[in-house]
Ligand binder design. Structure first.
Ligand code: MAN
Length: 354
């Protein structure tokens, strides 16, 4: 697969973002949803800010207090044997096999704007900042689906209650209307299709299962973008493959003559994130017509391999022009990069590897 990575990469890095909180540092500006609005390319950046700790033994964990409308800090001592600090993203209780007690940073959504798609300027203020009790640990990994002049933005809301998926709508990227939580915990990587199919809205989603089952992609329908049902399993992880650990939707599904093209992410059990492709039936997107055996893109460049969390490429959005997918993607949970992929080349790989 030939991929054209922009010479300007990475396009947005933590240095380009001024911290919103005093005594915090920006450690990530990544995993952005993408939109074309008027003459601008908009990136809905996930900005992660970490409290600066004066004492190397102390790890501070930010939690937004909704009632008091302030960001509070919980402190952990690195020598505390009840907790594990190996994953830089989380603080885990050693008593629990899975999951985390706190996050080491708080994420929210900030907009970066560009006229040429390569040079971005980051807004001074957040666009989506924790606004309810489901978001006390932050707002992450936005996806944006345009329908008419409305842009639907969904994202992970993270709190002690779990990770759920929430929806807002905007027409101007200044204000938004809250549409509530659309998928209950734990669920991530929700991608709303850009048009109805046979009178119904469709969305991909990724329940994160704890007792049995894997981190697989599911599909659901809705009459109104509010009530989601008809849940079906769509695509699972594959043993001995680059996507044997987890899979999740990446870009908003792209309508092609051959079917709905979904560029998804897959990770190994060791958390190396690559991108692959699925082709879904135009008339019934719950039918998988083809899936690439090989990945279509892997972490290769320095900025894709090294960062806060190494070996991650994570596409959440794109702008499509004819045969070209201009994909913007998070690299190593740190920065944003851009590249161009050809739809016909991906369809060819799908046909060969069916
Ligand atoms: C995982 C990672 C983190 C994220 C949490 C909560 O641990 O993806 O980046 O903050 O989940 O969503």
């Amino acid at each position: 697969m030939s991929i054209y990575r922009y010479e300007e990469n990475p396009l947005v890095t933590p240095i380009d973002v001024k911290p919103y909180h005093e005594n915090f540092e920006v450690i990530g500006a990544f995993n952005a949803g993408v939109a074309k609005y008027q003459d601008e390319t908009i990136l809905l950046l996930r900005v992660a800010e970490r409290p600066i700790s004066e004492d190397p033994e102390i790890v501070k964990a930010p939690v937004f207090n909704i009632e008091k409308n302030v960001l509070e800090l919980k402190e952990y001592n690195k020598n505390d044997e009840n907790y594990n600090f190996d994953d830089p993203r989380t603080i885990r209780s050693v008593q629990k096999l899975e999951g985390f007690s706190s996050l080491t940073s708080i994420s929210y959504i900030r907009i970066a704007r560009s006229k040429d798609g390569r040079h971005f300027k980051v807004d001074d203020k957040p666009f989506l900042y924790p606004f309810n009790q489901y978001q006390t640990f932050g707002i992450e990994d936005a996806r944006c689906t345009q329908m008419g002049d409305t842009y639907y933005i969904n994202f992970s809301s993270v709190s002690e209650m779990g990770v759920c998926d929430s929806l807002v709508a905007t027409k101007d990227f200044k204000s938004f209307e809250d549409k509530g939580n659309i998928f209950a915990p734990e669920n991530k990587d929700v991608l709303i299709f850009p048009e109805k199919v046979n009178g119904l809205y469709y969305a991909l989603h990724r329940p994160s299962l704890k007792s049995i089952g894997n981190y697989d992609i599911w599909i659901a329908t809705s009459p109104d973008l509010k009530h989601w049902g008809e849940h079906k399993h769509l695509a699972g992880i594959r043993e001995d493959s680059w996507d044997n650990g987890r899979v999740g939707g990446g870009l908003v599904p792209i309508k092609t003559t051959k079917g709905w093209l979904e560029i998804y992410h897959g990770a190994t059990e060791e958390h190396r994130y690559c991108m692959g492709a699925l082709l879904l039936d135009l008339d019934d997107p719950s039918k998988v017509l083809a899936r690439t055996k090989r990945s279509i893109m892997e972490p290769e460049t320095e900025y894709e391999k090294n960062g806060f969390f190494d070996e991650v490429i994570f596409g959440c959005g794109a702008i499509v022009n004819g045969d070209t997918i201009q994909m913007y993607y998070g690299v190593s949970d740190t920065s944003m990069a851009g590249c161009e992929l050809s739809i016909s080349a991906i369809l060819k790989q799908l046909e060969e590897e069916m």
